[in-house]
Design a protein around this ligand. Structure first.
Ligand SMILES: N=C(N)NCCCC(=O)O
Ligand SMILES: [Zn+2]
Ligand SMILES: [Zn+2]
Length: 333
């Protein structure tokens, strides 16, 4: 017999209007209402690491608001993510807006606590600085992880104004710290002007492969997803999604927009093509609602987090079933 309890799902939008009440991600219960969870959706309202427009500190709550419209069945993955596993909103990590180094430590500590309960993280940013402490925490649990980084930018620059921890530098730090599996690192959606050709040489030396936004346009989402999946294999995978990977037409509400990006349809399709990868945690960052219009960006981000959550819930349910079968077989002996 399994001790697994039926997950508590979202508020039923056919009974309580979806625009009523305080916003949690997808109208799911708060973590304190369910005790423990398989997937913790957590906000990180921190944007002191940005190099241009600020405002991503409001991203998590904008995504929660936009996510009121999500429905419980995901036809693209033929799954009801909130029934297959417990998904709950763990609230926000309160990080010091005046001290980046302290904030990075706080985020790592809070992620350690959540991961320590056995949950996977679906983090809503915040600027891209926050990916570093999240990766540190994930690597403590799984060892060096494969990384898929969806972004217009490389985010492997060295320092900005002498600062090591910024939204343009998390993945260089992560490689330096040995927390990434350098056999399986890819940027997806890369485009736009750089400081120099050296940016690309440095990035390649760190171990990254690049799928540009033009590659996606030319080759299509399915082929790109196949190639990425082959590179990742069964390694533990972290997916970090900077919403500026999307074209500004699909995500105007972000701090460092670049023309010529992928569509939200392409992003969602690539993610669905990665459903069999061992996704241990993920983030969606850089949503800056003050620059948004009609919630275009936060709607795209909420659907992105929904696909990622669906991938995690399906895997959790599959693993649980496998365990239950194994226990039954042992019991039968
Ligand atoms: N949006 C992120 N994460 N990084 C952009 C850094 C680009 C720059 O200021 O050169
Ligand atoms: Zn970016
Ligand atoms: Zn970024």
């Amino acid at each position: 017999m399994s001790s697994y309890e039926t997950p508590r799902g979202p508020v039923d939008s056919s009974r309580v209007p979806r625009f009523a009440g305080p916003a949690t991600f997808a109208r799911l219960p708060r973590l304190d209402e369910v005790g423990t969870t398989d997937v913790a959706v957590v906000g990180v309202p921190f944007d002191a690491g940005v190099s241009y427009r600020p405002g991503a500190r409001f991203g998590g709550n904008a995504i929660r608001e936009a996510s009121r419209l999500l429905r419980p069945y995901n036809p693209a993955q033929d799954a009801s993510p909130f029934a297959l596993a417990q998904v709950a909103d763990a609230g926000d990590i309160a990080a010091n807006p005046f001290n980046i180094n302290e904030a990075v430590d706080t985020i790592e500590g809070a992620a350690d606590e959540l991961l320590g309960t056995g949950a996977r993280l679906m983090t809503l940013g915040g600027d891209h600085t926050i990916a570093l402490p999240l990766l540190r925490s994930v690597a403590k649990k799984h060892g060096p992880v494969a990384l898929l980084h969806f972004d217009a930018h490389l985010d492997t620059w060295d320092t900005y104004f002498g600062a090591e921890y910024t939204h343009g530098t998390p993945f260089r730090r992560a490689v330096e710290e040995g927390i990434l599996d350098t056999e399986a690192l890819s940027h997806v959606g890369t485009r736009g002007p750089l400081y120099g050709r050296q940016d690309l040489t440095d990035d390649e030396k760190l171990g990254f492969g690049i799928v540009t936004s033009a590659d996606i346009y030319r080759r299509g989402a399915d082929e790109v997803a196949d190639q990425l999946r082959q590179r990742i294999g069964d390694r533990p995978l972290y997916i970090s999604i900077d919403i500026d990977c999307l074209d500004p037409a699909h995500a105007p509400g972000t701090g460092t927009p670049e023309a010529g990006g992928m569509t939200s349809r392409e992003l969602l399709e690539i993610l669905r093509g990665l459903a069999s990868c061992h996704l241990v945690s993920a983030d969606v960052v850089e949503v800056a609602p003050a620059y948004d219009h009609a919630e275009i960006t936060s709607v795209a981000a909420s659907h992105t987090a929904y696909e990622l959550t669906t991938i995690m819930s399906r895997q959790i349910a599959q693993a649980r079933e496998k365990n239950a079968q194994a226990t039954e077989e042992t019991d039968a002996k």
